[in-house]
Ligand binder design. Structure first.
Ligand code: UDP
Length: 450
């Protein structure tokens, strides 16, 4: 028995994250889950946005040679994704062959788990006769909506005129045309979707989602894809708690939160890649100030177009708000959301942020920017009913009204109650016998069987 245990510890899983915070987090969480189940972990990563090996001392980290420029979310995202994949394919194969040649005779790579955006990994795994599994960092509803884009284009539904933007997409309730995860260069995006995501192989797929949240989308995926799927969310709750933050967390905000009353603070963050211009920043600032609600606001370096003007703007603003607001460059978000003083989250609705908020029973104001965020916002507000959408141009009066509605209004109270129930359900899913717990065990068994 002990001998068998020793052999198991020598089975290695190679992880290939996409080099962005919202993708690195679930991949390293998955690594922690697999490591605690006896697997050795190697993370093959880009040098750009490199994860910090000291946060995961039990993992091996192998940087890929730096052949790509960093993907640029203010520029052409599709071209960046394709370029990154093309550039990394050859060096990934070399690097993997090297990892394989260095392993002892009693050690083996069981499989490669790659972010779905690092789709070149599957071809490399095939060439090396290794099984591969794809990890989807967004949710199942987005996965389905994205996969339908090619068909929607073929049927003439997209691109769509402005007059149609509020119409529901047939068979995709609650999504309206404006919520579809379309990128600006539609043709090249659809080519990428066909090549990288709709290309149905036999590779299993892991979702960082929870069965009860996305039952109907998951059933459709299972029906259309016919591959093993694993719903292991929320992985940050199943994994041990190491942080994988690329930016330094400013923990001073926790002491500020300690001084605020229970459920009084609105936490504001647009995640790791969304950005706004200086005018929107000013509207946000005065909307928060005029709400008279305490707020904790993350203004990430590089997230404001016209950043050089922030200081001037914040000078007058900070005089006005005294100690009622606290601004940081990067927050320990999971701890913030778990703090008793926090009662609401104004979010861009990235999938990690959405899950983290749901796990803590915190209702949301949804301000999605692009990609899956618009899909998530619709599910938060229309299906799970734990948030309200802040639509149109950012305007201080609208922000103030949304904050008041969520934090002190009856509607907000009802959302808080619903969020509390979701939190309880999440707890059941990650406990022994729960859906995510069972999914995790199925995944572990499958990898052991490779
Ligand atoms: N995050 C954080 N501190 C911050 C803002 C964000 O730790 O000040 C984390 C957050 O907890 C989440 C991740 O960054 O895990 C952002 O991922 P998400 O999917 O929400 O959005 P993305 O950044 O990919 O748009």
């Amino acid at each position: 028995m002990e001998e068998q245990g020793k052999r198991r510890r020598r089975v290695r899983v190679v992880l290939v994250p996409w080099p962005f915070q919202g993708h690195i987090n679930p991949m390293l969480q998955l690594g922690s889950i697999l490591h605690s189940n006896g697997f050795s972990i190697t993370v093959v990563h880009a040098q750009y946005n490199s994860p910090d090996p000291s946060s995961h001392p039990d993992f091996s980290f192998v940087p890929l040679p730096d052949t790509s420029s960093a993907p640029d979310f203010t520029g052409e995202i599709v071209a960046s994704i394709v370029q990154l994949s093309t550039n990394y394919k050859a060096c990934f194969q070399e690097c993997l062959a090297q990892v394989m040649s260095q392993q002892g005779s009693d050690e083996g790579i069981a499989c490669i788990i790659h972010d779905e955006l690092m789709y070149f990994s599957e071809a490399v795994a095939n060439a090396l006769k290794l099984p591969s599994i794809s990890l989807t960092a967004s949710n199942a509803a987005h996965f389905l909506a994205r996969s339908a884009l090619v068909q929607l284009k073929a049927e003439g539904h997209i691109p769509f005129p402005e007059s149609k933007s509020q119409n529901l997409v047939p068979e995709f309730y609650p999504l309206r045309f404006k919520d579809l995860p379309i990128l600006e260069k539609l043709e090249s995006y659809l080519a990428l979707v066909s090549k990288a995501f709709n290309n149905k192989t036999s590779s299993p797929i892991i979702y960082n989602t929870i069965d009860f949240l996305e039952n109907s989308s998951l059933e459709k995926i299972q029906h259309q894809w016919q591959v093993p799927i694993f719903t292991m969310g929320p992985m940050h709750r199943i994994a041990s708690t190491s942080s994988s933050s690329l930016l330094e967390e400013d923990t001073s905000c926790l002491a500020w939160l300690d001084k605020q009353s229970c459920k009084s603070v609105i936490y504001v963050s647009l995640g790791s890649v969304a950005f706004m211009d200086i005018k929107e920043l000013a509207e946000m600032a005065w909307g928060l100030a005029n709400s008279h609600q305490p707020f904790l606001w993350v203004v990430r370096p590089g997230s404001v177009l016209g950043e050089e003007l922030i200081e001037v703007l914040f000078k007058e603003f900070k005089e006005n708000i005294d100690d009622r607001g606290y601004i940081v460059k990067w927050a320990p978000q999971k701890k913030v959301l778990a703090h008793v003083a926090v009662g609401g989250f104004l979010s861009h609705c990235g999938w990690n942020s959405t899950l983290e908020s749901i796990c803590e029973g915190i209702p949301m104001i949804c301000r999605p920017c692009f990609m899956d965020q618009k899909v998530n916002a619709r599910y938060i507000s229309q299906v799970w009913r734990v948030g309200l959408e802040l639509e149109g141009d950012l305007e201080r009066g609208e922000i103030k009204r949304a904050v008041k509605k969520l934090m002190v209004g009856e509607e907000g109270e009802a959302m808080r109650e619903k969020a509390k129930k979701l939190k309880e359900n999440v707890e059941l899913c990650i406990k022994e016998g729960g859906s995510s717990y069972n999914s995790m065990n199925r995944l572990v068994e499958m990898i052991r069987s490779f």
